[in-house]
Ligand binder design. Structure first.
Ligand code: FRU
Length: 540
């Protein structure tokens, strides 16, 4: 029974049933984390978009609440679309979202909690002035959506938001200024634009500290701060970010490296990950990233199983002080509270061509931390002959052997390796003749099922001298979220094993390189279920 394998996840957030897409308006308030999300109450495919709502004390254990907003006004009757929260200094909460009107125009709308002293913020009021923004002249009526969290203007008396759009094929970010979130002024020019990138959905714009490990409030700016600009490209359904500098006087953001601009450079995640959004968690002074993880099976199967899509485990985001050229994403520490039985395998020597089973059964809910030592001299010597131009997506996957790769872990495998998902490194020769390390996830043999996508994902991962290679993988039935080098490169896979499920699921170490020995050390935890509970509930 093929459906057997497509169990719901154990600790990734998802509704009880039906379709979910983007995370909306995440915030921390009065002891609770709130997550809203794009939801179809009626079916496991997109439509009737409503705001689902859930709360948590720890970002991992959730309680489902009644819908926060439903499509019931002329300006959002075709969908209460994506939006963001802003917490004002006086404690008020502002929610801005996109409404899809009765005549299919995208407009921005304002909502707020009916009762700020209700810790669960159960009831939401749509402002009578809605819609507060309509597409400005020159902007397509269907190309104006997903307002960001607001930040303070340089003189501190107004708020700014940015909204994604496009002009011809150029992706743009419009900036508005407001005092009261009802009346707005469009600022001249764009915060940024990149030709050829198409419609920018779900823009995110936030500061990161160059020197501190903590996150920053969205309004922070000044020396020692860079700004991340992220756009979700409607055309290729991936989230691209870039680091740069924000000049609030000119209303311009400039990328550090024009070759790594938004939409053409770095991605948050090289697997399935889209429409993400951060918020500043004032509870723990960190910036937290949520992302939507789609299904990659056939739509008929989603309808059969009655649910589609999950949210990623929330990730902290910081500037990578070591490389200076990327951010680091890491699962929030609270996920570690689900760790139960642990298994350790130290100094496992992996000669060329080896596959080593690890004694862990029922391996479909795991937290894996693995490190790999390679012999630097071997790498230096062999690099000259190692394949140039290697690229995970076109590499043919982990079955293809090179001199210096692939090596890593195999998850969601059965005993006989008839199904398996390798997560691995592959060292190749870069264009400058030096070694480049790639981080890949290979779904090609992940499932016997026919109507599911099977892709090889991945990209380069920056490496400093004398650094060990490391992988962290969160395995949760059909999801594998993998982080290389502390979160410099991240890959989220959806895989649908039919045999490597339940008690039959196994994990292995492997080294399929022909010219390299690797020493691996691994710690694995089984993960408890997050026990996400429905409303009403007896106890808070
Ligand atoms: C991104 C997106 C947003 C829109 C929402 C509608 O996935 O298309 O641009 O607001 O989903 O559900």
């Amino acid at each position: 029974n093929v459906m057997l394998s497509w169990q719901k996840t154990a600790y990734h957030f998802q509704p009880e049933k039906n379709w979910m897409n983007d995370p909306d308006g995440p915030l921390y308030y009065n002891g609770w984390y709130h997550l809203f999300y794009q939801y179809n109450p009626d079916s496991a495919v997109w439509g009737n978009i409503t705001w689902g709502h859930a709360v948590s004390r720890d970002l991992i254990h959730w309680l489902h609440l009644p819908y926060a907003m439903v499509p019931d006004q002329w300006y959002d009757i075709n969908g209460v679309w994506t939006g963001s929260a802003t917490i004002l200094p006086d404690g008020r909460i502002i929610m801005l979202y996109t409404g899809d009107t009765y005549d299919v125009v995208q407009v921005q709308c304002l909502a707020y909690p009916a009762n700020l002293s209700d810790p669960l913020l159960l009831e939401w009021v749509k402002d009578p002035n809605n819609p507060v923004l309509v597409p400005p002249p020159g902007i397509g009526l269907k190309d104006f959506r997903d307002p960001t969290t607001a930040w303070l203007s340089p003189d501190g008396d107004k708020w700014r938001i940015t909204i994604g759009s496009k002009v011809d094929k150029t992706g743009i970010s419009l900036v508005y200024e407001t005092k009261d979130f009802i009346k707005y002024e469009l600022l001249d020019g764009y915060l940024h634009q990149v030709p050829g990138t198409g419609m920018w959905e779900c823009i995110d714009f936030y500061p990161v500290s160059l020197t501190e490990e903590n996150g920053l409030d969205t309004s922070a700016n000044g020396p020692g701060i860079k700004h991340v600009l992220k756009a979700s490209l409607d055309d290729d359904k991936n989230d691209y970010y870039a680091l740069g500098t924000y000049d609030p006087i000119k209303n311009k953001w400039t990328p550090d490296d024009p070759d790594l601009d938004v939409g053409i450079g770095l991605r948050y995640d090289y697997g399935k990950y889209y429409a993400s959004k951060t918020f500043y968690d004032q509870n723990k002074q960190r910036r937290i990233l949520w992302g939507w993880i789609r299904e990659t099976d056939a739509e008929e199967l989603d309808l059969l199983k009655g649910w589609a899509c999950v949210q990623s485990i929330p990730r902290t985001v910081v500037f990578d002080q070591k490389t200076g050229s990327n951010i680091l994403q890491w699962p929030v520490e609270e996920v570690e509270s689900l760790r139960s039985d642990s298994f350790e395998f130290n100094d496992v020597r992996l000669g060329p061509g080896s596959v080593v089973p690890l004694a862990v059964d029922s391996a479909s809910e795991l937290d894996i931390v693995a490190s790999f030592e390679v012999h630097k001299e071997t790498v230096d010597e062999a690099t000259a002959e190692a394949d140039t131009g290697y690229d995970c997506p076109t590499s043919g996957g982990a079955a293809n052997r090179g001199i210096l790769g692939p090596f890593g872990i195999v998850v969601l495998a059965d005993d006989t390796l008839s199904e398996l998902t390798p997560i691995y490194f592959y060292i190749a020769k870069g264009t400058n003749g030096k070694a480049v390390t790639h981080f890949c996830a290979d779904e090609l043999r992940s499932s016997k099922a026919a109507d599911v996508d099977k892709i090889v994902y991945g990209s380069k991962v920056p490496l400093l001298q004398h650094e060990k290679l490391s992988i962290r993988s969160l395995v949760d039935h059909s999801i594998v979220e993998s982080f290389a080098q502390g979160g410099r490169t991240v890959i989220t896979s959806r895989v649908y094993p039919t045999k490597a499920i339940g008690r039959a699921a196994r994990v292995f170490l492997f080294n399929n390189a022909t010219g390299l020995s690797v020493t691996a050390s691994v710690k694995i935890w089984k993960m408890d279920s997050a026990d996400i509970r429905p409303f009403p509930f007896d106890q808070l």
